[in-house]
Design a protein around this ligand. Structure first.
Ligand code: ADP
Length: 748
């Protein structure tokens, strides 16, 4: 048993040992194969790393060689940069973030010549110190400390304002300093001595030129004054001569003298205007005026110039635009006269069209008004377009030479447009025509479209008896715009052939008598009967007598005024209204377009009345004569004074009802004489105030203000006109004196 058991035990132990061995062998095998795998991947990695290391080695060699090249290049670039900086005449320096000089060019360092310390590393504070202490800069009135402080506090601002400093030798250096991104500061020291010298020379030259210009303007203004005075004699006497009995030849001479005189005055006025604008003496007025009416008036005044050529003068006024604006109508009329006048002058056939368009400018509710004057005339060569706006400039060629002119019109117009804050321009094609345009912004006194859609209640059909008057074309258009049906006849004597039934109105130009020379009044009286009548006339024609209570429409007429006249008639067409009463008291407030014929201003004389007394103070004997002749038709007592002293004495003795006062007179001028007279009036107490009218050749803008400030009531410019003097006298006739005009004289 023991042996068997021992054998079994040994066998079991051997089997167990064998199994353990097998297990360990397996484990070893698996560990081996793992190890082999790892060894394999390690060797792959080693190969890879070796490859990478080889690559890096190659790259390193490349980088090293690139670095070498780059260093060489940077060296060259830096050398070039500094070579360039060295060649510039101006100073250049760079300071580091601690305000120490990094580098500076020779021009910068030159100012510090022998100062060894001024080199790379020196601080900005030391540089400023050397500048003042070594007397390199002229501190221009500041103490050294003040100057240094100012320079250092400037240096610490960001950005640093440029500063011009002056050197001891008179050189001017402009310092321009900029902060760089890394805290450096780049400094430029620009030598602007030449520029400063040039500017000083320019300032001096400009002052000299302005002085010369002022002298020229003053000379022109004086000359025009000097010329106006004798022209008063020439034009005034010629005017008076036309009132005397003259044969045809004499009439021609007188008319020529008058027309030449008037033409000369136009030139003088142009020259005067230009010198006024140049001398900044022109101020713009601000009054309410009717722009459309203003344009019509200018066009009508220019009508005679197109009478003998096939040129149509047309107006196209924006229907949506108001017509009443606030501005300077006198100056706007002047601009329009220049531009439309040129259109008429340089156009031999075709048309001159004035186009007016309004836009809402947004400038305080102002309307931006564009006015263009388009003609089909000779045109302007392209290279002359700017030239013609200069003073005294004209196109100098064959076609232009035959036209007269001063070459000032456009220059004045341009100045006036820019004074009104606008612009002027021209488009032109030589041989085809020109279009001059300008825009200005004016405040309207009424809303847009105020006049649009106006219509008349009852009136439908209008008969127009027209002469050849050109303004009628415009009138007919205006009537058509109002939706009226118009029929025209050319002659008054055809009136009897027309059936007037069905017409609501007859508008008659009494000059439409054709060849027959019939009496217009009797024809109208015999034919028109109950039909409302409007007489058409213009500022040149005599008033028609013999048809009382008939409205007279003075052409040219703007839409507004035409509508007002027609509206009154329209209202009277209502059966309930009495048509005749509408016109018994015509309105005189709206620009005087309606006048009633046959009106009499005659006053009833009484026994103890005396004649009106007029004192005229005038030193020039010829002008005294002219004045005497101009008031010859007035029944007045006239006395002359030769200067202001005499005028004051005459005022006390003669006690005039009115005084005409020349302004420039020897001993005491008109302004002083007036002040003295006003002083006497004040001393005497009471309400006496003798009307004093200034007579002057001084036409400079602003003169009137000064004259009126001296106590004068009105202002008349020489040459004197009979009509203007008469008007002023009539305005001043006191109640208690005898009538100064015969009733016939009033009506004529
Ligand atoms: P003036 O007409 O008195 O010569 P302006 O200053 O009004 O002076 O005009 C200057 C010049 O511009 C004219 O002489 C003319 O040569 C040219 N010009 C002006 N307007 C026109 C136009 N509508 N058509 C052709 N040329 C014109």
């Amino acid at each position: 048993m023991v042996t068997t058991e021992l054998l079994a035990q040994e066998r079991r132990a051997r089997l167990a040992a064998q199994r353990l061995l097998e297990q360990k062998q397996e484990e070893l095998f698996s560990a081996n194969s793992k190890l082999a795998k790892h060894a394999h991947s390690l060797s792959d990695e080693i190969i890879e790393k070796r490859n990478e290391a080889d690559e890096l080695k190659g790259e390193n060699i490349q980088v090293r060689s690139d670095l070498k090249v780059a260093t060489v290049k940077a060296g060259i670039a830096e050398r070039r940069l500094w070579d360039s900086i060295e060649t510039i005449q101006d100073g250049f320096a760079v300071f580091d973030a601690n305000d120490c000089l990094v580098s500076a060019n020779a021009a910068y360092l030159e100012a510090f010549e022998d100062l060894e310390e001024v080199k790379s590393g020196v601080s900005y504070v030391r540089i400023i110190h050397f500048l003042v202490e070594e007397g390199i800069v002229d501190t221009e009135g500041l103490t050294r400390a003040e100057w240094s402080d100012a320079m250092l506090s400037r240096w610490h601002t960001n950005p640093i304002e440029p500063k011009t400093i002056k050197f001891w030798n008179g050189a001017y250096i402009k310092l321009v300093d900029r902060r760089a991104r890394d805290g450096d500061t780049v400094s430029l020291a620009l030598n602007i001595t030449d520029q400063i010298r040039h500017e000083a020379e320019l300032t001096k030259a400009r002052a000299k030129a302005e002085a010369a210009n002022r002298a020229k303007s003053a000379f022109l203004a004086n000359m025009s004054h000097e010329i106006r005075t004798p022209m008063n004699g020439v034009v005034g006497m010629a005017d008076l001569l036309t009132d005397t009995e003259l044969d045809e030849e004499q009439n021609l001479y007188v008319e020529t003298i008058k027309n030449s005189g008037e033409a000369l005055l136009v030139i003088i006025n142009d020259v005067l205007d230009y010198s006024k604008i140049e001398a900044d003496k022109l101020t713009l007025k601000e009054t309410v005026f009717d722009l459309e009416q203003c344009i019509h008036e200018v066009v009508m005044l220019l009508q005679p110039a197109v009478q003998d050529k096939p040129v149509n003068l047309l107006i196209d006024y924006d229907m949506f635009m108001p017509t009443e604006f606030v501005g300077d109508p006198g100056r706007i009329r002047q601009m329009l006269t220049n531009l439309i006048g040129n259109g008429v002058k340089f156009t031999s056939e075709g048309h001159v069209l004035v186009r007016v368009v309004g836009l809402n400018s947004g400038d305080g509710g102002k309307t931006r008004i564009h006015i263009t004057i388009e003609d089909t005339g000779i045109g302007i060569p392209e290279n002359m377009v700017d030239h013609i706006f200069g003073e005294f400039n004209q196109v100098e060629d064959e076609r232009n030479r035959k036209f007269e002119g001063t070459g000032l019109g456009l220059a004045i117009t341009k100045q006036l447009v820019s004074l009104m804050g606008g612009e002027i321009w021209v488009d032109s094609v030589e041989g085809e025509g020109s279009s001059f345009g300008f825009h200005i912004s004016l405040a309207a006194t009424e809303p847009d479209q105020a006049l649009l859609g106006q219509s008349l209640e009852t009136m439908r059909k209008v008969l127009v008896v027209k002469s050849q008057h050109q303004g009628l074309t415009i009138l007919l258009k205006q009537l058509a715009v109002l939706g009226l049906h118009i029929e025209c006849i050319d002659h008054l004597d055809d009136l009897s052939t027309v059936d007037l039934n069905g017409f609501d109105l007859a508008m008659v130009d009494p000059r439409a008598t054709g060849e027959s020379g019939v009496d217009p009044i009797s024809i109208l009286k015999n034919n028109v009967n109950d039909l409302p009548l409007v007489l058409l006339t213009d500022c040149h024609s005599d008033t028609v007598k013999g048809l009382p209570d008939t409205p007279v429409l003075k052409m040219p007429v703007g839409r507004r005024h035409l509508f007002q006249v027609l509206e009154k008639i329209d209202q009277a067409l209502e059966p309930i209204d009495d048509a005749s009463t509408e016109f018994q008291e015509p309105s005189r407030s709206e620009g005087e377009i309606i006048t009633t014929v046959g009106e009499s201003l005659e006053l009833e004389p009484t026994q103890d009345q005396r004649k009106m007394r007029i004192l005229a103070a005038e030193d020039n004997k010829t002008n005294q004569l002219v004045f005497r002749k101009m008031v010859k038709h007035l029944d007045i007592e006239l006395q002359f004074a030769n200067n202001g002293v005499e005028a004051v004495a005459a005022y006390l003795e003669f006690r005039p009802d009115m005084i005409f006062m020349d302004i420039s007179m020897p001993e005491m001028d008109g302004k002083e004489a007036t002040r003295t007279i006003r002083g006497i009036e004040a001393e005497e107490g009471g309400n006496s105030h003798v009307p004093i009218v200034a007579l002057t050749a001084h036409a400079m803008e602003g003169d009137d203000t000064e004259i009126l400030a001296s106590g004068l009531d009105y202002y008349l410019t020489k040459p004197l006109r009979k009509a203007a003097i008469t008007e002023k006298v009539l305005e001043a006739v006191p109640e208690f004196v005898l009538p100064v005009l015969e009733s016939e004289a009033i009506a004529s």
